[in-house]
Design a binder for this molecule. Structure first.
Ligand code: PGA
Length: 541
């Protein structure tokens, strides 16, 4: 089975229409097998437009539809005859006498089915069959069963199909419980088959189709014996989804990513760090379960502050009540899903490496400038944690002997000079020493000093602010240069709130570092953490 994965429903419909159109161009009197349901509507729209533009001619085309409810009259709006007239036949130059749909009004379903089968044969057989797929794996109305009927027959619809199709009816009890449908071998006799699948509700069955063996409980798997089947589906139907959880001091962010690293859903809850560790994790688990009800989640990846002991899989963090907390185990027990965990800065680096600025690089080093300085090392697109799980603590590399004391017990740590907290302290000190400066006045007016203050004063031409910033860049550059000298990565990525300054930070930094190793600002910013966390699960597959 060939698989074409499209970005979305529209692209899927266009691609399918092109294949059908080439069939008609190559053989103007071809026999098409047609399907109903919501999936092929876009395909029929495209075909109608192509016909209108004169690109394809339906005048000699013969069609056989897969199925029809039973009993139902053709003028009932829910009948497949009505559907086909409305979505295709009335919009193209087809000869209606050449369009065939099982007769839902027949008094003798058995001979109607035999007649239908015979007519397909007498037409020369189906050149190209279009199929949708039911959530339960049915094709046509060939429902999962121990024994699949091979030829056109009357069948009972399963509860799952009645439920799925009830969206087209006023109430569920209006859905017919039986249908006339082509059988599995009627379908397999077609020379070519296009199977369409779109949207999240089809993801599970597409996975079963692609991964499982031939099985009558998923009738579509029978298509695997056919030599010319193409599955055209959109990303939502095709790709697995992974949940990424980024635990922060104030909020926990959640993101669902598809197999192509697109975020398809985002959410967040407060962290409640006054609660005990188990309470925090229970809240996170409840949210994960809610999300897993809406999306086909394969696994959960978690980025957490602090240090992870990868032997015991426990987390210890200073700004959260995690003291050897078995976060991953608790989450796995509560959700039943596999849970993967790593440090939040590492996850952000991984996210940037797979879906952000680092997408073209195998080895990147991410520096997060905030209250402290975090580091994430990615080697060969994987997080490097070191033997004890805490590699990358670059905020604590010494850049000044006998320098400022740090909470870690040492002196002269880089984060005491180049973090955003350090920049704020340097800004305050300069304003204090230069009370008449523009910088001091900006602080007086704003009543607050943050990472943006120095930029604001520089904009107003303040030489004191410029000096603070130049010195800050010196400090920042020392650390970046050290990192490049040790790791020589393909790329250094700067993230954290101050990176919003963009080129004003980057240009002087690049100049000061003076290396040919590219330095860039994080493209994903706050999303890097959830994408990286979700990627932990994806990479573990
Ligand atoms: P749908 O139905 O296109 O409405 O999802 C497909 C099917 O049941 O075959």
């Amino acid at each position: 089975m060939r698989v074409i994965v499209c970005n979305d429903y529209d692209e899927m419909s266009r691609k399918a229409a092109k294949l059908v159109a080439s069939q008609i161009v190559l053989k103007p009197d071809c026999v098409l097998g047609l399907a109903t349901g919501s999936t092929p509507i876009g395909l029929y729209d495209n075909l109608a437009q192509m016909n209108k533009r004169g690109e394809i001619d339906f005048s000699e085309v013969t069609t056989f539809n897969l199925d029809e409810y039973y009993p139902i009259s053709p003028d009932n709006e829910q009948s497949y005859r009505y559907f086909m007239e409305h979505h295709l036949f009335n919009r193209v130059n087809i000869n209606k006498n050449r369009t065939h749909i099982p007769d839902g009004t027949t008094k003798d379903p058995e001979s109607e089915c035999a007649k239908y089968e015979r007519m397909i044969e007498e037409s020369g057989g189906i050149d190209l069959q279009i199929l949708g797929i039911g959530q339960n794996g049915h094709i046509g109305f060939n429902e999962p069963d121990n024994n699949l009927n091979t030829v056109t027959h009357l069948t009972n619809l399963t509860e799952n199909t009645i439920e799925a199709n009830s969206r087209f009816f006023e109430k569920k009890s209006d859905v017919p419980t039986r249908a006339l449908t082509m059988g599995i071998s009627s379908i397999l006799k077609s020379r070519k088959i296009i199977l369409l699948a779109s949207g999240r509700t089809k993801h599970k069955v597409v996975r079963e189709l692609l991964n499982d063996g031939i099985n009558t409980s998923v009738p579509a798997t029978m298509l695997k014996v056919h030599p010319d089947v193409v599955l055209i589906c959109d990303k939502e139907a095709y790709s697995d989804m992974y949940l990424g959880v980024d635990i922060g001091g104030t909020s926990v962010k959640f993101g669902v990513i598809d197999g192509f690293n697109n975020i398809v859903f985002k959410d967040s809850i407060p962290t409640h760090k006054d609660m005990p560790a188990k309470g925090i994790v229970d809240n996170i688990a409840a949210q994960c379960l809610k999300i897993a009800q809406r999306f086909p989640i394969s696994s959960i990846g978690v980025g957490t502050p602090g240090i992870i002991d990868f032997d015991t899989k426990t987390v210890s963090a200073t700004n959260l009540p995690f003291d050897k907390a078995p976060v991953a185990l608790w989450l796995k027990e509560a959700t039943g899903l596999n849970v993967y965990i790593n440090n939040d800065a590492n996850c952000a680096a991984l996210g940037e490496a797979v879906a952000g600025e680092g997408a073209g690089e195998n080895d990147i080093f991410m520096i997060t400038l905030g209250t402290g300085i975090g580091g994430g090392i990615i080697i060969d697109k994987k997080i490097y944690t070191g033997k004890h799980g805490d590699a990358g603590e670059i905020g604590h590399m010494c850049i000044e002997t006998d320098g400022l004391p740090c909470a870690c017990g040492n002196r002269g740590c880089w984060e005491k000079y180049a973090s955003v907290s350090a920049l704020i302290a340097q800004t305050e000190a300069a304003a204090e020493a230069n009370k008449d400066s523009i910088l001091a006045n900006v602080i007086k007016d704003d009543c607050v000093v943050d990472g943006k203050t120095v930029f604001k004063a520089m904009n107003m031409g303040c030489p004191v602010a410029q000096k603070v910033f130049d010195k800050y860049i010196d400090y920042l550059a020392i650390g970046v240069r050290n990192i490049i000298n040790i790791f020589r990565p393909g790329l250094v990525v700067i993230s954290g709130g101050i990176s919003e300054a963009g080129d004003r930070l980057l240009k002087p930094l690049i100049q000061k570092v003076g290396s040919d190793t590219p330095i860039k600002i994080s493209r994903l910013q706050n999303d890097a953490g959830i994408i990286g966390a979700a990627t932990l699960g994806k990479n573990a597959k």
